[in-house]
Write a protein that binds this ligand. Structure first.
Ligand code: AKB
Length: 313
């Protein structure tokens, strides 16, 4: 039997689907979902849930001791667009929550940690195409600075204290079960909802802004596979580059128009354009492929098909 798992930030876009996947793999009772607020009905009814503030060390420790938690997935974070509006709140949430979990592992109260990083660790001076695993980073957003710092701390805790922490740099994630909130790549989810509702979408990024993206099924499979891999295979203890597909809003609109022929897209770039312009267009994920066998399955057209089918219901 698998030892109990705690998911912090279980009601968000990734947390929701991760909770469902881990519950089906390890049994609902072995996966404790937690968040600062309650989530959707399906999630709340699928197994144990605790209200939990990721910045409160004592509260997390209580839950860990009570359920004899062995692994923590820390999914709570403030994303790029919101973090630009509330820099200190973003820094406090993104960093303190990470320290709380790393310190629990350092004190041997848990034995494994998953913490997500992001393509936001890269900045305007990073090579844009096929961005290498190790390269110039210099992130220019609050969120990116917190993720890059987090990566340094993960590696430090691994080297100094032997903490088994694992991480991937998620690209923009596309999913239908739970909406994303406060990200720069959110357009790639909103567009499907609006296409079905109104047949049109006004995009907050320019037509030719190419970004790395991934369908949620691939992201969850990558996460579970990294956590399942034997420790000696995990050579990167900051965070692994992870790639799915790359496309522009224009290409996404063309993919949707294959199903909804009258679909129209217009462009009204806002402050999020500058964030997107500072990020890579494509990612080299050869380290993840070589070291723990990562391989994406979904391309843009397959993603469009899945999104439209599931959102139609
Ligand atoms: C965001 O847009 O902030 C996130 C991310 C790329 O980490 N989706």
């Amino acid at each position: 039997m698998h030892k109990p798992i705690l998911i912090i930030g279980a009601c968000g876009q990734i947390g929701t689907e991760l909770t469902f996947e881990l519950r089906s793999k390890y049994g609902a009772e072995n996966v404790i979902a937690s968040d600062i607020r309650e989530g959707g009905e399906a999630l709340m009814q699928s197994g144990p849930f605790e209200l939990l503030d990721a910045t409160n060390y004592a509260a997390i420790e209580d839950v860990v001791m009570h359920y004899e938690i062995d692994e923590v997935y820390l999914m709570a974070a403030m994303l790029s667009a919101t973090a630009e509006k509330f820099p200190m709140r973003a820094w406090n949430l993104n960093m303190n929550s990470l320290f709380n979990v790393l310190n629990l592992a350092k004190e041997k109260k848990i034995s494994k940690v998953f913490w997500p990083s992001s393509i936001a660790v890269f900045g305007p001076n990073t090579p844009k195409q096929n961005t290498p695993q190790s390269t110039v980073m210099e992130p220019s957003t609050v969120y990116g600075i917190s993720k890059q710092s987090g990566e340094r701390w993960c590696e430090y805790y691994y080297k100094k204290y032997g903490v088994d922490v694992r991480s991937v740099r998620y690209p923009g994630l596309i999913s239908w079960k739970t909406m994303p909130g406060g990200g720069t790549t959110d357009y790639a989810v909103e567009i499907y909802h609006e296409a079905l509702k109104k047949g049109s979408y006004e995009c907050f990024l320019d037509s030719d802004t190419e970004l790395p993206m991934m369908y949620m099924d691939d992201a969850i499979r990558a996460t579970v596979s990294l956590m399942d891999s034997p420790a000696e295979k995990i050579k990167v203890r900051s965070s692994y580059n992870l790639a799915g597909m790359n496309f522009t809003p224009k290409q996404m609109a063309e993919s949707i128009a294959k199903h909804i022929s009258a679909f129209k897209i217009s462009y009204a770039p806002d402050f999020r354009q500058e964030i997107a312009d500072s990020w890579p267009s494509s990612i080299d994920d050869s380290a993840a492929r070589k070291e723990w066998g990562w391989e994406p399955r979904f391309d843009l057209d397959q993603t469009t098909q899945e999104m439209l089918k599931n959102l139609k219901g």
